[in-house]
Ligand binder design. Structure first.
Ligand code: ADP
Ligand code: MG
Length: 738
C-alpha cells in the first residue's frame, strides 16, 4: 500500500469528523450497492489507517487530481466508495506471453512489448489501416488492424501492449493482422494468467486510469465498507462477505475468486429487489381494497354459454386463477401471457363478464384502434343475445358519441367499455369500475392506476401480452405480477410453415401465394417502411403495393395499410380485409399485434432482417389462426451474424417462449424490454438471463427471510433493510413500511 504514508496526499477533509467516532448517519452506510452515503468512520484502534475513506472525493486520490476527477464524475463516480461499487463490465485475461524468437508461423501466441511507432492510413478502397511496431526487447514485431480505427485512441507511443493472434512472417519480421489487443500502462507488471478488470470509460479517461484508481480505492478503504448482511445470512446463502467480494470483483486472483465475488454481488442485488417486491406486495395487501367479484357455478354457466367453442384446459386454468383473484377484496395484479393466437381474448372476455355479473364495470384497453375495434366487435357478437351494452372510446370517436358514452359510463348503463390505451389519458367518470384489462402491453404504470382509483377502491388489473416473458423476468422486473400462462392453443390447430426465401425462389413463392388466393384464402405482404428509404435498398409499403398490383398480384384485390393513414382509413382497410372484400393486405407491422382474420393463411415478409425476432413471430401469428395451415416466407438481406441467428431461430421453431429466450440472449441484457418498462432502476451487475438460477434462489431467500421477520426489523438486518429502502423505497412506495 504505497499511498498509506504518502505525505504529499492532501488531508482528507472528512477524516477529522469521521474519526470522532461512529456518527449516526454512518450506521446505515454500508455495502449497499446503492446506499448514497458511506461509512466515513475510521477505526480508532488502527493508527496506520490510510487517509482515504470511502467518502473521500476522488480528486484526493493519488494519481487522480481535480481534472481527472471531473472525468470520473461524468461516469457518476465521485468518491472512493463509488469506485468500489463501479463494477467492471468485462475482464481480460493476460495470456502467457511468448518470446518473439519462439514464435511459430500461424500458431496462436501472445507477445508483449512497447509501442514504438504508430501509423494510420486509408487504403484506396477506403479501408482504415492502423499499423504499429512493438519493441519486444530482442526484436521488433509489426501489428496491423483493418477498419478498427477506434483502436487508435487507445494507443500511444511508449505504451506497453499485449497482442494475441496468429503471427505471420513478413520478410524477416513477424507480423500480426487484426490481433486481440490489450493496452497496459508503461510500467504495469503482467503476471501470466492475471485477470484484468475492464471498466466503462469516458472520453479522456483511459482504461489504466480507472484501473489504477480502483486499485487504490480498494487498497485504501475496502475495510471501511460495512457488511449489510448478517453472518447467518452469508452462511445460509453461501455468499462471501462484502470485502472479499469487492476485492474479488476488482482484483480477482483467479476465476474462482471472481465467480465467488460476482455471486455475492449478484445475489445481493437480486435479494434486495426481491425483498422490496415482497414488502410492497404485503403493503398492497394491507392497504388496497378492491371489490370482491367471486365466481360461482351459476355465473360460470351463464358466461360459458355465450362462448362459441369449448375452452381449452389452459384457458380454464387461467380463468380459475383470475376468478380466484377477483373473488378477493384485494386488487388482482396479474399478467396473462401466451403466444400469438393461443386464445387470450376469450379469457379476458370471461373476466369482464364476471365483473358485469356483479354489476361492476370492466374496461378493455388495446394498443391500436384496429384492435380496439376488433375487440368491440368480438364482444358485441358474443353478447348479441344478452342485453349488455358495450361502449367504445378511441381517438376517432366523435364528440357527440363520446359524450353519450361518457354519460352511460357515469350512470352505469354501459357496463363494458373498449378503447385504446389513450382512453385513460383523461379521467373517466366510472360508476362502479371493477376490472381493467390492458391488451398487448406489459406494464400498467402506477400513475395510470391512480387515475382509475375511486374513493379508495382499486379495480382489478389484468395485463395481457403475446411476448412471452422468460420466467426470470416475471420473477424480477415483473416480480409483483402474478402470472397465468396459456401454453397450448385450441386443438386442431393447423401447422404453420416458415421459410427463408432467396431471390431465385421468389417466382416459385408468388406462384404458391396466388394458388392459395385462388383457393379462397387471403394473404399479407409485410414490409418494414412506409416510405422509400434514402439508400434505396429497402422496399417501402407503397412501392411494394405498386409493384405487386402491377405485376404478380395484378389480378387480385389488394389493399394498403400503414401507420401514417388516418384511423378511419386504417379501419376501412382492416374492415375490407376482415370481410374478405380484399384478398391481400400490403402492410407495415401495424398488423403485428392481435389482428385476427382466420381466413388469411399466407404471408410474405420483405426485408425480414429489419424486424426483431419477437416482432417476426408476432407477424406470422397473423396467419396461424384458422382451419387451414399457414405459410410464411421471409425474404432477407442478411448483413450480419446476429441477423442470421435471428432468422435461423425464426424458421427453426414456432415456440414463442423459446424464441423469446433466444431473442433476449441475442439482444443482451441491456435491451430487455421488461426492466425498462417496469420503471425500476436498472440492475447493475445481475443479468436476468445469465443469472437465472440466482434469481430463483434470491427470490426464495427473500421470501423465507420475511416469513420470520415480516418487515425485516430484526436488529441484525437493519442495514439490509435500509438498503432495500434506499434503492426501492421511492419507486415502490415503500416509504412508510416502518
Ligand atoms: P391471442 O392469444 O393472440 O389474443 P385470440 O384470443 O385472438 O389469440 O385467439 C385466436 C383465435 O383462436 C381466435 O380466432 C379465437 O376465436 C380462437 N380460439 C380461442 N380459443 C379457442 C378455443 N378454445 N377453441 C377454438 N378456438 C379458439
Ligand atoms: Mg390478442
Amino acid at each position: 500500500m504505497a499511498d498509506s504514508t504518502d505525505p504529499s496526499l492532501p488531508v482528507d477533509p472528512l477524516r477529522s469528523i469521521a474519526s470522532a467516532g461512529p456518527d449516526p448517519s454512518s450506521a446505515s452506510a454500508s455495502s449497499g450497492i446503492d446506499s448514497p452515503t458511506a461509512s466515513a468512520r475510521s477505526k480508532p484502534d488502527r493508527p496506520t489507517e490510510p487517509p482515504i475513506a470511502p467518502t473521500t472525493e476522488l480528486q484526493f486520490l493519488k494519481g487522480v487530481g481535480p481534472k481527472r476527477a471531473e472525468l470520473f464524475a461524468r461516469l457518476g463516480l465521485r468518491n472512493a466508495r463509488d469506485l468500489l461499487f463501479n463494477f467492471p463490465r468485462a475482464y481480460e485475461t493476460l495470456e502467457p506471453t511468448t518470446r518473439p524468437e519462439d514464435l511459430v508461423e500461424k500458431q496462436p501466441a501472445t507477445i508483449a512489448g512497447n509501442v514504438t511507432l504508430i501509423e494510420t492510413k486509408i487504403s484506396r478502397s477506403g479501408m482504415h489501416i492502423l499499423g504499429i511496431v512493438i519493441d519486444c526487447g530482442s526484436m521488433k514485431v509489426r501489428s496491423t488492424w483493418f477498419n478498427q480505427s477506434f483502436l487508435r485512441s487507445k494507443l500511444a507511443e511508449g505504451f506497453r501492449v499485449l497482442v494475441s493472434g496468429k503471427p505471420r512472417l513478413e520478410g524477416v519480421r513477424w507480423a500480426f493482422v487484426n490481433p486481440k489487443l490489450i493496452v497496459l500502462r508503461e510500467d504495469e507488471p503482467q503476471p501470466e494468467g492475471q485477470i484484468l478488470p475492464v471498466y466503462r470509460l469516458t472520453e479522456g479517461l483511459a482504461q489504466h486510469h480507472v484501473r489504477r484508481a480502483s486499485q487504490r480505492a480498494l487498497e485504501a478503504c475496502v475495510d471501511g465498507i460495512d457488511e449489510v448482511m448478517p453472518q447467518r445470512l452469508l452462511d445460509q446463502w453461501r455468499i462471501v462477505d462484502i470485502r472479499r467480494a469487492l476485492r474479488g470483483i476488482h482484483q480477482p486472483a483467479d476465476a474462482d475468486e471472481l465467480a465467488a465475488a460476482r455471486r455475492r454481488l449478484v445475489f445481493q442485488e437480486l435479494v434486495v429487489l426481491q425483498l422490496a417486491l415482497a414488502m410492497r406486495r404485503r403493503k398492497l395487501l394491507a392497504e388496497c381494497r378492491a371489490p370482491a367479484l367471486p365466481v360461482d357455478s351459476v355465473i360460470d354457466a351463464r358466461i360459458v354459454r355465450l362462448f362459441p367453442f369449448d375452452l381449452t384446459e389452459d384457458q380454464r386454468r387461467a380463468i380459475e386463477e383470475i376468478a380466484a383473484d377477483m373473488g378477493r377484496a384485494v386488487p388482482m395484479n396479474r399478467l396473462l401471457q401466451g403466444d400469438v393466437g393461443v386464445g387470450k381474448t376469450i379469457v379476458a372476455f370471461y373476466a369482464m363478464l364476471l365483473a358485469v355479473a356483479h354489476k361492476h364495470q370492466a374496461v378493455l384497453m388495446a394498443p391500436t384502434e384496429i384492435l380496439a375495434t376488433q375487440h368491440l366487435k368480438g364482444l358485441r357478437r358474443l353478447l348479441s343475445l344478452a342485453k349488455i351494452d358495450v361502449g367504445v372510446l378511441t381517438g376517432s370517436t366523435s364528440d357527440a358519441e363520446r359524450k353519450r358514452t361518457l354519460a352511460g359510463i357515469a350512470d352505469g348503463s354501459i357496463p363494458l367499455i373498449v378503447g385504446t390505451h389513450a382512453l385513460i389519458q383523461q379521467p373517466i367518470p366510472f360508476d362502479r369500475l371493477g376490472l381493467v384489462i390492458v391488451d398487448e402491453q406489459h406494464k400498467f404504470g402506477v400513475k395510470q392506476r391512480a387515475m382509475l382509483r375511486q374513493a379508495g377502491i382499486d379495480p382489478h388489473y389484468l395485463v395481457m401480452t403475446a411476448t412471452p416473458i422468460p420466467r426470470t423476468m416475471t420473477m424480477t422486473a415483473f416480480g409483483d405480477l402474478d402470472v397465468s400462462t396459456l401454453r397450448h392453443g385450441p386443438p386442431n390447430r393447423q401447422p404453420l410453415h416458415t421459410y427463408l426465401g432467396n431471390a431465385e425462389q421468389r417466382d416459385k413463392w408468388w406462384t404458391f401465394f396466388r394458388k392459395k388466393l385462388d383457393e379462397g384464402r387471403q394473404g399479407y405482404v409485410i414490409t418494414p417502411l412506409v416510405d422509400d428509404a434514402d439508400d434505396g435498398n429497402l422496399t417501402s409499403v407503397k412501392t411494394a403495393f405498386e409493384n405487386l398490383t402491377n405485376d404478380v398480384l395484378a389480378d387480385y384485390r389488394v389493399d394498403l395499410l400503414h401507420g401514417r393513414q388516418s384511423a378511419v382509413e386504417k379501419g376501412d382497410a382492416m374492415f375490407r380485409f376482415a370481410t374478405g372484400e380484399t384478398q391481400v393486405l400490403v402492410s407495415t407491422s401495424v398488423v403485428e399485434v392481435g389482428v385476427d382474420v382466420p381466413n388469411a393463411t399466407v404471408m410474405t415478409i420483405e426485408s425480414a432482417e429489419r424486424f426483431g425476432l419477437s416482432q417476426l413471430h408476432q407477424l406470422r401469428g397473423r396467419v396461424a389462426r384458422g382451419n387451414h395451415p399457414g405459410y410464411v416466407c421471409a425474404f432477407a438481406e442478411i448483413g450480419n451474424e446476429q441477423a442470421q441467428q435471428r432468422l435461423d431461430a425464426f424458421v427453426g421453431t414456432t415456440d414463442g417462449f423459446e424464441l423469446a429466450e433466444i431473442d433476449f440472449r441475442l439482444r443482451g441484457p441491456g435491451d430487455l424490454l421488461g426492466t425498462r418498462q417496469s420503471g425500476l432502476p436498472p440492475l447493475r451487475i445481475a443479468d436476468l438471463i445469465r443469472d437465472a438460477e440466482v434469481v430463483a434462489e434470491a427470490r426464495e431467500g427473500a421470501i423465507r427471510l420475511l416469513e420470520h421477520d415480516k418487515d425485516l426489523t430484526s436488529p441484525d438486518c437493519e442495514r439490509l433493510r435500509r438498503q432495500v429502502l434506499v434503492r426501492y423505497g421511492k419507486v415502490l412506495e415503500l416509504g412508510d413500511v416502518g
